[in-house]
Design a protein around this ligand. Structure first.
Ligand SMILES: [Mg+2]
Length: 221
């Protein structure tokens, strides 16, 4: 991978910009009765990987209906749970127990104005979740979640739409993510470069690589 070619960065959020260890447990907290719903949701997310509904409405229609069926609840109950319980708790858990990876904000500060950056997550409420992690949104030209596009990772479509929005050709975009089967596969299908953050060591190496990138561009890292 030639890092010098990079003209834009698209970051995944969970597991990439912060260590998401125990996030499911911390989101669920003491709401044990909801375990079957959460399991049904995670199973469905796996089976819908890359299935393109083309828009958010069509995606959610199927999403809520299928979770409801496998969890034995009403569709309206599931929709309410997902939007009014699950996501708010997810955001609260991030705020209380998680923080951005080391040197992330300092790196974003240095890269600001050098190349455009975006955050693209398989989960929604990206601005709210970044805020909970104290990662300033001002560094990103664009933030979005898969559900808004009506397709989960590893679809190439959202990445291609984001690149076009950033005005950068796909071959010059570096996707930074913790999952090879979703982030990596989506990047590959979109003809983009991929940087795998398997854990803190790779993150530290990514920081060093980006510092080198800034130096090579004649900017003091
Ligand atoms: Mg992730």
């Amino acid at each position: 991978m030639n890092m010098l070619n990079i003209e834009a960065l698209i970051f995944d959020l969970d597991g990439t910009l912060y260590d998401k260890k125990n996030i499911v447990l911390n989101t669920l907290k003491s709401h044990w009765k909801e375990i079957p719903i959460l399991h049904a949701t995670n199973r469905l997310r796996k089976s819908l990987k890359g299935v393109d509904f083309e828009n958010s409405e069509a995606f959610h229609e199927t999403f809520y209906r299928q979770i409801a069926r496998s969890a034995g609840r009403r569709t309206s109950t599931i929709e309410h749970w997902y939007q009014k319980k699950f996501y708010p708790r997810f955001i609260r858990a991030l705020k209380k127990k998680y923080k951005a990876r080391n040197n992330l904000v300092a790196l974003l500060e240095k890269l600001q104005g050098v190349i455009p950056m975006a955050v693209f997550s398989d989960y929604s409420y990206v601005p709210e979740r970044l805020h909970a992690l104290k990662i300033p949104q001002k560094y990103f030209s664009f933030m979005a979640g898969s559900e808004e596009y009506g397709v989960l990772k590893p679809s190439a479509r959202p990445l291609l739409e984001i690149a076009s929005r950033l005005g950068v050709s796909p071959g010059k975009v570096l996707v930074v993510g913790d999952r090879v089967d979703t982030d990596g596969e989506a990047a590959k299908k979109a003809g983009m470069m991929f940087y795998h953050i398997a854990g803190p060591d790779q993150w530290d190496r990514f920081i060093t690589d980006m510092e080198d990138f800034l130096k090579e561009r004649g900017l003091n890292g």
